[in-house]
Unconditional design. Structure first.
Length: 95
C-alpha cells in the first residue's frame, strides 16, 4: 500500500468502518462521510472489478455500469498490479 495513504487519520477511518455491524449502519455512516456521487463512484468501481473478474468485455462493462473506459482501465490495472484487495474481498464474499 502506498506510504502516502498510511496515516493515523486513515487508520481511524478504517477502524471506524470495521466497527460497522450491518448494511443499515454502512448506509448511515457512508451517507454522512461521503457525497452521494462518491458512494456511487466507489460502487461503480467495485461492480467494474467484479465484471472484469467475470471476464466481461470493456464494452459490456461500460454499457451495464456507465463507467468510462478510463475508469475500467484503472480498475483493471488495480486488479492486475494492485494489492489484491479486490480479490481478497471477492473471495471472502463467496463464503
Amino acid at each position: 500500500m502506498s506510504k502516502n495513504i498510511r496515516t493515523e487519520a486513515v487508520d481511524q477511518l478504517f477502524n471506524a468502518v470495521l466497527h460497522l455491524e450491518n448494511l443499515e449502519e454502512c448506509y448511515a455512516f457512508f451517507e454522512d462521510i461521503c457525497t452521494v456521487n462518491e458512494i456511487l463512484s466507489l460502487a461503480q468501481r467495485f461492480e467494474v472489478a467484479k465484471m472484469l473478474r467475470e471476464q466481461k468485455t470493456y464494452l459490456e462493462i461500460a454499457e451495464k455500469t456507465g463507467a468510462s473506459t478510463a475508469t475500467i482501465s484503472r480498475v483493471n490495472r488495480s486488479l492486475n498490479y494492485g494489492n489484491d484487495g479486490y480479490d481478497m474481498v471477492f473471495e471472502r464474499m463467496k463464503k
